[in-house]
Design a protein around this ligand. Structure first.
Ligand SMILES: Cc1cc2nc3c(=O)[nH]c(=O)nc-3n(C[C@H](O)[C@H](O)[C@H](O)COP(=O)(O)O)c2cc1C
Length: 179
């Protein structure tokens, strides 16, 4: 299956970008095509009505149009969506054809905090529902991610580690069903 992964923060040491890399490798190891958009690829101009999308925005749009599913790996900022990711979504929501309608989405988050970014994912669900994307009910969250992600981005806590393949299986089943 063709999958896009979008997320991480803009800082080079982003825990979410590390988790995103791990998930991309895991999906590729399972035989899927995984196209990551993180870090500088998401340093986009602020959306402004009437401005033309840049090449980076067009690349993201084209990637999503081809994708069978999207994996979002989002930091939580003040219990919500970080500005650079919301900005990317806003750009994409103005482009035709819509990449969002009917797109299956897996939500993931990593945070040094106790809730693993779960509150931010609630904000994502509202935004995705507004655009007609289909977020999987389950999600991957990594609490204490500053201690519980190894160098490759794999969760080290046994419960979280076990949740990853289970949640990926559920997501891939949804993607296959909708394809
Ligand atoms: C502006 C701002 C707001 C934040 N708000 C939250 C929050 O609501 N919940 C949380 O768990 N962490 C919060 N954090 C901490 C982030 O989870 C932490 O910085 C994390 O490492 C960001 O993800 P990254 O490692 O991918 O950059 C916040 C950080 C910033 C900079």
């Amino acid at each position: 299956m063709r999958l896009v992964l979008m997320g991480g923060s803009l800082r080079p040491a982003s825990l979410n970008a590390r988790l995103l890399d791990y998930l991309a490798q895991t999906l590729e190891a399972r035989g899927h095509e995984a196209s990551p958009f993180s870090g500088e690829a998401l340093r986009l101009p602020l959306y402004e009505d009437g401005e033309a999308p840049t090449a980076a925005i067009q690349a993201l749009h084209a990637g999503l149009l081809k994708a069978h599913g999207l994996v979002i790996v989002s930091p939580e900022y003040n219990a919500g969506i970080p500005g650079h990711l919301k900005n990317a979504v806003d750009w994409l929501s103005t482009m035709k054809p819509s990449p969002w309608a009917g797109l299956p989405v897996l939500l993931c988050a990593a945070s040094p905090g106790a809730f693993g970014g779960a509150r931010g994912l609630m904000a994502w669900r509202a935004t995705l529902a507004n655009m007609g994307a289909l977020a999987l009910p389950e999600a991957i969250t990594v609490p204490q991610a500053d201690q519980q992600l190894d160098a490759a981005g794999a969760p080290t806590d046994a419960r979280t580690a076990a949740a990853v393949p289970r949640t990926l299986d559920a997501f891939l089943a949804l993607v296959a069903r909708l394809r």
